[in-house]
Design a protein around this ligand. Structure first.
Ligand code: F6R
Length: 365
């Protein structure tokens, strides 16, 4: 049921503190400062011998794979490649013997993801699923995997499944990291950061009113740019996809620094740029990109850290989110972007739970 919410999408956005908690329940091991998973079905030897990880999926699940790439490479130092399932299934790339493949999927029924996993499994690679729907086709086809435990996602636009996927990938990075170079102390710190996430997401939800004002201001735009770097480059892609699919506004996501290689030509007074610019390694560089957009007369919306002192000087609208470690930021910064697409879609009279031309699970290729 809708539980008092107007739409499933909004209800599911608001469920995220709880769905993230459920993704972590029973999986954080303080004793050994690592994560534990019941269903990976990997022996310690198999785990140790993994030389490459392939993450594959479609749409929003492919975006969480991009977050996973950054997480696993940084925290576990295992090379990762991210593949669109629809491309992987026909591309036939060479894969080393000790390659571990993860199919990421909310529904567990996406035809391309299923086919990509069957193909890699047939070639003898260990093939696991990160999946929400229990006993779905992909969950059954895989050698093992991790369930999201996010509860049913009814809105066609994926919201809580995405943040849970990112959370599971962070725990996998911790798990792989702790079998390699990551220290006990490092593992401990990561666990503490993960435990702070539900409260941070709760806090990010309090931007709702303010996001609605931003939505009113820009709901008639026909083009939007979403820009972010590093861990928030996938956030830019995801924000743009949410806006496209439920508001039917053309939006593009880019790594912020790529802007000057072409997309900046789109900037004018009617094209808002949304920058995801929390504190972190590339903060100042992204601020410089914002200056470039401002100098060309483009309106700027910034999703920034709660205590950023300089942001108002450049951005027209600032949405402030709590600070978390850089590698967990995408789980927090995506929340106002989900809300923005929701409010813009409502203002434009779109059916947010059932956008035109889309289905909840794509069971044809
Ligand atoms: C976007 C969206 C789609 C799905 C994609 C994969 O909001 O929902 O892009 O993410 O169709 O679906 P799953 O995760 O069920 O494999």
């Amino acid at each position: 049921s809708l539980n008092g919410f107007d739409h499933y999408m909004l209800k599911e956005i608001y469920e995220q503190p709880e769905s993230i908690r459920n993704a972590m329940r029973g999986r954080l091991d303080d004793q050994d400062a690592t994560a534990v998973f019941g269903g990976l079905n990997l022996t310690p030897q198999q785990l140790r011998s993994v030389e490459r990880i392939v993450l594959t999926g479609c749409g929003t699940s492919w975006h969480s794979a991009l977050v996973g790439e950054y997480l696993i490479e940084e925290l576990a130092r295992i090379p990762v490649s991210v593949e669109y399932a629809s491309e992987l299934r026909y591309r036939n790339p060479p894969m080393e013997n000790n390659t571990l493949v993860f199919g990421i999927t909310q529904s567990g029924e996406t035809a391309d993801t299923l086919a990509a996993l069957r193909e890699t499994k047939r070639k003898g690679h260990r093939t696991l699923a990160i999946c929400n729907v229990v006993a779905s086709s992909i969950a059954q086809a895989a050698d093992g995997g991790v369930y999201l435990h996010a509860g049913p996602e009814i809105g066609v636009a994926s919201t809580k499944a995405y943040t849970s996927q990112c959370c599971v990938l962070a725990m996998l990075a911790l798990y792989f990291g702790r079998t390699r170079h990551m220290s006990y102390e490092g593992g401990k710190r990561l666990i503490e950061e993960l435990r702070r996430l539900p409260a941070a997401v709760q806090q990010a939800l309090t931007t709702d009113e303010q996001v609605r004002d931003v939505a009113k201001k820009y709901c008639n735009a026909t083009n939007f740019l979403y820009l972010g770097r590093q861990y928030n480059f996938p956030t830019a892609l995801e924000g743009a996809l949410k806006l496209k699919e439920i508001s039917y506004i053309h939006a593009e996501g880019y790594p912020a620094a790529e802007m000057k290689h072409g997309p900046i030509a789109l900037v004018d007074k009617d094209t808002p740029s949304l920058f995801i610019v929390p504190r972190g390694t590339t903060h100042d560089k992204v601020m410089a990109n914002m200056e470039e957009v401002k100098a060309r007369g483009g309106p700027i919306i910034a999703v920034a850290s709660h205590d950023d002192p300089h942001i108002e000087a450049i951005a027209d609208d600032v949405i402030r989110v709590p600070s978390v470690q850089e590698f967990l930021q995408p789980i927090v910064t995506v929340v106002p972007l989900q809300l923005l697409s929701y409010h813009i879609a409502l203002l434009r009279g779109c059916d947010v739970d059932k956008p035109r031309n889309l289905a909840k699970s794509v069971t044809v290729e």
